[in-house]
Design a protein around this ligand. Structure first.
Ligand code: F7E
Length: 340
C-alpha cells in the first residue's frame, strides 16, 4: 500500500513542486485548497494532476479539518496553507492570523486528537527571525519577528515544538528562506520584476516601479526546497531544519541580472525615492522608486545557514540564482506570447 500524504495549500507554487515529487515517489496525494480554482496546479502535467485527490476546505474552520484528518488517517501532512505575503499581512493582520495561526492550530490539534501517528510538517519562514544581526540565521537563532506574517510563523514554530514535546507527535518545522520559481505569485518582488522585464523586452513602454531595492534576500529555488522537506519528512524522529542558500543579493542586483538576460544593461542615478535605472543605450528610465511599495518594518536582510540540512539530510540547493532567473524569464516569455 502506498503512503498517503495530505498537502494543505496545494494550489500555490510550493504545492505544485511538492505534489510532483510525492507522486513521483509513489505517494497517494490528497490536497486541500481554499477555492475550487486550480491556482498554480493548472501548470501541473495532466497525468500528475489527475492523480491528486483535491478538496476545498477552509483551514480556519475546525470541524471540516477534524473530519478530513480523522477519515484520512494520513501518513504525512505537509501544512503549506497560509496567507504568505508579508506586505499583505501588514494591512490585513486579522486575515493573516486567522489563516496562519488558526489554520495550523486546527491541523495540529486534529492530528493530536484524531490521528496521532500522522507526521506533521509545518512550513515556517525566515521572516520569523527579523533582521539579520550578524552572520547567518540557523535553527538556533532566536525569533524576532517584525511583521504580522513573521509573528504567525514564530507562533507556528513554537506551537509545533510544544506539540512535539508535550504530546509526542512527529511534528517539525522547515524554516524556509525566500524561494522562487516560474510559478511564483505576482505579489512577490521576483515575479513582479520578471513580468515587467519581459514586457519591456517585448517592446512595452512601461516603467518598473519598486520600493526598497536595497533590501537583501537569500533567494533559492522552490523545487529544491520542496525536495528538502520530503527528505526531512522521511526521518524517523522529527527535527527542525533551515533551507537556504547562504547567499545574499539585493533586489537591485536581481533587477540588473534579469535585465541583462534580455540584453538590456542598466545604469543607476539618484538616491532614495529619486533613484532610477536607465537603459544605457537609449537612456530611457526603466526602473523607478515609489513610496507606496515600501513597507513599514521591512527586513533589510536575511541569510540562512543550512548546514544542519546539508549534514543530516545531505540536502544542498541545486539551482543557482542565475539559473532560476532564466527559468522565470523563459516561462514568462511563453506565458506572454500565448496571450498575445
Ligand atoms: O519581498 C522588497 C520588499 O514580497 C522581498 C515570502 O515568500 O519570503 C517572502 O517574503 C523584498 C522585500 O518577499 C517591492 O520590501 C521592493 O524587502 O518578494 P517579497 P518577502 O517579504 O521577503 C519569506 C521568507 C516568506 O516566508 C514569505 O512568505 O523586496 N521590495 N519593492 C518589494 N517587494 C514587493 N513584493 N513588491 C515591490 O514592489
Amino acid at each position: 500500500m502506498s503512503n498517503k500524504a495530505l498537502i494543505t495549500g496545494i494550489g500555490g507554487q510550493d504545492g505544485l513542486f511538492l505534489s510532483r515529487i510525492l507522486i513521483e515517489k509513489g505517494y497517494e496525494v490528497h490536497g486541500i485548497t481554499k477555492s475550487s480554482d486550480l491556482g498554480t496546479l493548472a501548470h501541473l502535467e495532466e497525468d500528475v494532476r489527475d492523480k491528486i485527490e483535491l478538496r476545498v476546505v477552509n483551514i480556519a474552520e475546525k470541524a471540516p479539518i477534524d473530519t478530513l484528518i480523522s477519515e484520512g488517517q494520513f501518513d504525512q501532512v505537509y501544512h503549506l496553507a497560509a496567507q504568505s505575503s508579508v506586505a499583505r499581512s501588514i494591512n490585513h493582520p486579522r486575515e493573516t492570523i486567522e489563516s496562519n495561526v488558526l489554520g495550523l492550530t486546527n491541523i495540529a490539534t486534529s492530528i493530536r486528537d484524531k490521528s496521532p501517528q500522522t507526521k506533521l510538517l509545518f512550513t515556517g519562514s525566515s521572516e520569523m527571525f527579523g533582521d539579520l544581526v550578524d552572520g547567518q540565521q540557523s535553527e538556533l537563532t532566536a525569533p524576532n519577528p517584525q511583521s504580522p506574517y513573521g509573528l504567525t510563523k514564530a507562533f507556528g514554530f513554537q506551537l509545533v515544538n510544544a506539540y512535539r514535546k508535550h504530546y509526542g507527535l512527529w511534528a517539525a518545522t522547515a524554516i524556509l528562506f525566500n524561494h522562487e520559481s516560474e510559478y511564483r505569485g505576482e505579489q512577490f518582488v521576483t515575479k513582479k520584476i520578471i513580468q515587467s522585464v519581459v514586457r519591456i523586452a517585448n517592446g512595452g513602454d512601461e516603467t518598473l516601479s519598486l520600493g526598497n531595492i536595497h533590501a537583501q534576500r537569500d533567494w533559492g529555488y522552490a523545487g529544491d526546497y520542496m525536495e528538502g522537506i520530503t527528505q526531512m519528512m522521511e526521518r524517523e524522529s522529527p527535527d527542525d531544519y533551515v533551507f537556504a542558500t547562504g547567499q545574499l543579493h539585493s533586489v537591485k542586483e536581481f533587477v540588473e541580472i534579469a535585465f541583462n538576460k534580455v540584453g538590456i544593461k542598466l545604469e543607476w542615478t539618484g538616491e532614495g525615492l529619486a533613484e532610477e535605472g536607465r537603459d544605457t543605450e537609449t537612456q530611457r528610465t526603466l526602473v523607478n522608486i515609489e513610496k507606496r511599495f515600501y513597507r513599514p518594518g521591512d527586513i533589510a536582510g536575511t541569510c540562512g545557514d543550512a548546514s544542519k540540512a546539508r549534514e543530516q539530510l545531505g540536502w544542498v540547493p541545486k539551482t543557482a540564482l542565475d539559473e532560476f532567473i532564466s527559468k522565470m524569464i523563459d516561462h514568462e516569455r511563453a506565458n506572454q506570447s500565448s496571450k498575445s
